[in-house]
Design a protein. Structure first.
Length: 328
């Protein structure tokens, strides 16, 4: 019996040794006892984002204080930390960077340009910090294959996103949040009046000027030139009737000092209807879109001041129709 007991103990010890090696190989960052973050201000959250990108490019997740139970989702796909962009990132964001730090909810959003395997990609990032100071959620949205014609719009950030709003003119966090959410209502209801968009409100999508563009008709591939319309007027044409629904809408970070809000969402396009009516465009009564069903997970950063949206920077990527969010 003693021999069997010793054999059993040896077997258990060997099993635990192999298990420890296996766990360490899968997630070494979880076992280096990182110091918790004390992010109580915007500066700390911005530094966290910068350090996160440095860690991505170094392919070393141990440089970030992840919680033991941290979750990571990239392009609506749940992955182990250390996979995805952790293996392919090649250069950190440089000149095109928009930060939306929100110490109130211990979350930070980011939208910018970086490199993956030497090629430019647009990335939206969400990081959430737990009450005990560890990163417990990380989310990437990555748009690859950016149209080279749009790269000139992705070199520097529009000034409006970088300016600070005078203290007396700053809106409440809940006011900014509500206005940001209203934009999704305007999209899905094809009614620009449902969201308070200023006359100067301009939207860009993956760098492409999408509304209030100022691009002449003879310089665009689209006829009519919907991108030249004011954002409110554009939505009132019904041109976005092909959007069936917008799921998983989350305006998760707001910076009251800059008037910025960032939201992630999931656009659904059933595409059963290939032709739909167009209103308020002289000489145009319908629009045709011959496309299969698809989803568009997206990120939007809004510049909101004096009760109106003045700038929208958006990005997104194609996904299979009715794809899950990755957070199920």
């Amino acid at each position: 019996m003693k021999k069997n007991s010793n054999t059993a103990k040896l077997g258990i010890a060997l099993f635990m040794f192999v298990l420890s090696i296996s766990i360490s190989a899968q997630a070494p960052f979880q076992f280096n006892m990182p110091e918790p973050l004390k992010c109580t201000d915007k500066k700390c959250l911005i530094e966290l984002v910068d350090n996160y990108f440095k860690a991505l490019v170094a392919h070393d997740a141990s440089k970030i204080p992840f919680a033991m139970n941290a979750r990571f989702v990239e392009n609506v796909d749940s992955k182990p930390i250390g996979e995805g962009l952790w293996q392919t990132a090649s250069a950190v964001p440089t000149t095109f960077k928009i930060y939306v730090p929100d110490p109130t909810v211990r979350e930070v959003g980011f939208l910018g340009m970086m490199e993956e395997q030497g090629k430019p990609v647009m990335i939206a990032l969400r990081l959430k910090i737990s009450d005990d100071g560890f990163v417990n959620e990380a989310e990437h949205l990555i748009a690859r294959g950016i149209d080279p014609r749009n790269m000139k719009y992705l070199q520097t950030v529009r000034p409006g996103f970088l300016t600070t709003i005078p203290e007396k003119e700053r809106m409440k966090r809940w006011e900014i949040t509500g206005i940001a959410y209203s934009y999704y209502d305007a999209l899905i209801m094809d009614n620009g009046f449902l969201s308070p968009m200023a006359d100067d409100c301009a939207r860009r999508e993956n760098g492409s000027p999408a509304s209030n563009s100022g691009i002449p008709d003879n310089e665009t591939d689209e006829s009519p030139n919907y991108s030249a319309l004011k954002t409110v007027d554009q939505l009132n044409t019904n041109m976005m009737d092909y959007i069936n629904d917008i799921d998983n809408v989350r305006v998760f970070a707001v910076d009251t000092e800059t008037g910025l809000a960032i939201g992630f969402s999931h656009f659904r396009h059933e595409m059963n209807k290939k032709t739909f009516p167009i209103y308020n465009v002289p000489g145009v009564t319908s629009r045709e879109m011959q496309m299969p069903a698809f989803d568009l997970p997206a990120a939007h950063v809004y510049k909101i001041s004096k009760g109106q949206i003045h700038e929208i920077e958006a990005m997104g990527f194609l996904a299979k129709y009715m794809a899950l969010s990755g957070w199920e």
